[in-house]
Write a protein that binds this ligand. Structure first.
Ligand code: ATP
Ligand code: MG
Length: 265
């Protein structure tokens, strides 16, 4: 059975997409079969996997609203023409683009609107070890579809003063979804990203997180690393763009921590 995880945090620009694509590529590199679902109309995870969001014949929009199957809409991630990169394992992509922005309103009319993704994923469950869902920066009906389909949530966060405040809303939403819609859902862990150990405040917030959430905080820390920020402009995850960069190494370490943490995966 595939393990299905949402990468979620309603705060914008905290590193959700970077985490999703690097985790997907990192898991693929260590031999896992991975589907990456882009649930954000921005389509950043799609583009960051080497898939042109403007050229897709079918996208997650068609899966949520048009009755298309994921088996028809998925494409493989693409690492370009470089023969060395072509040897790097790929993952499957269910892409998103601006069409998805309208889905929110259209979904309101539909019965079981929060379970559309869950039902679609059930049909391809046997094809994957991991399904990773990149959520938009909101607690919207799209994010709710992700939370209803998932076994767990990975929360990337920057160790900044306001980070803890936003976490309360997310934790409450996850609790509500758990109580009312999806008994399987739990927080898998909090991932500290864009970390700069030279900044005392970041160190302090990191310690606070540990005190408060204990072993729900992943051991791996993702440092701030310019190679991770450069990679999307090449349509690549950092771990594919520059596997030796510090940030990439951390994401590969994180993929391994994830496999250890998730029994049966
Ligand atoms: P949104 O809420 O808009 O979907 P997001 O939470 O998905 O944003 P990202 O797009 O992953 O966030 O990251 C925001 C920006 O920070 C991007 O420009 C990304 O390249 C950069 N970034 C992410 N992680 C790192 C890192 N570890 N080091 C340096 N830059 C990073
Ligand atoms: Mg994003």
């Amino acid at each position: 059975m595939a393990k299905i995880f949402c990468i979620a945090n309603q705060k914008g620009g905290v590193g959700k997409t970077t985490t999703t694509v690097n985790m997907a590529a990192g898991l693929a590199m260590v031999g896992q079969r991975v589907l990456m679902v882009d649930l954000d109309p921005q389509g950043n995870a799609t583009m960051g996997s080497g898939v042109d969001k403007r050229q897709m014949s079918l996208s997650i929009y068609d899966v949520l609203l048009g009755g298309a199957d994921i088996a028809q809409a998925r494409v493989a991630s693409y690492w370009g023409e470089d023969p060395i990169r072509q040897k790097i394992p790929t993952y499957d992509v269910l892409g998103a683009n601006r069409d998805l922005a309208g889905a929110e309103i259209e979904l309101v009319e539909i019965e079981h609107r929060e379970n559309r993704l869950r039902h679609a994923l059930a049909k391809v469950d046997a094809d994957y070890d991991f399904v990773l869902i990149d959520c938009p920066p909101s607690l919207s009906l799209l994010t709710l579809n992700g939370l209803c389909a998932a076994h767990g949530v990975v929360v990337p966060m920057q160790c900044e003063y306001f980070a803890l405040e936003g976490l309360t809303d997310l934790v409450n939403t996850i609790k509500q979804v758990h109580a009312n819609l999806n008994r399987d859902l739990k927080i898998i862990g909090l991932l500290r990203v864009m970390f700069d150990p030279r900044i005392t405040l970041q160190q302090q917030v990191s310690d606070q997180l540990k005190d408060h959430f204990g072993d729900k905080v992943f051991n791996t820390i993702i440092p701030r690393n310019v190679r991770l920020a450069e990679a999307p402009s090449y349509g690549l995850p950092g771990v594919v763009f520059d596997p030796s960069a510090k940030g990439s190494q951390s994401f590969i370490e994180f993929a391994q921590e994830m496999i250890k943490r998730v029994p049966g995966a």
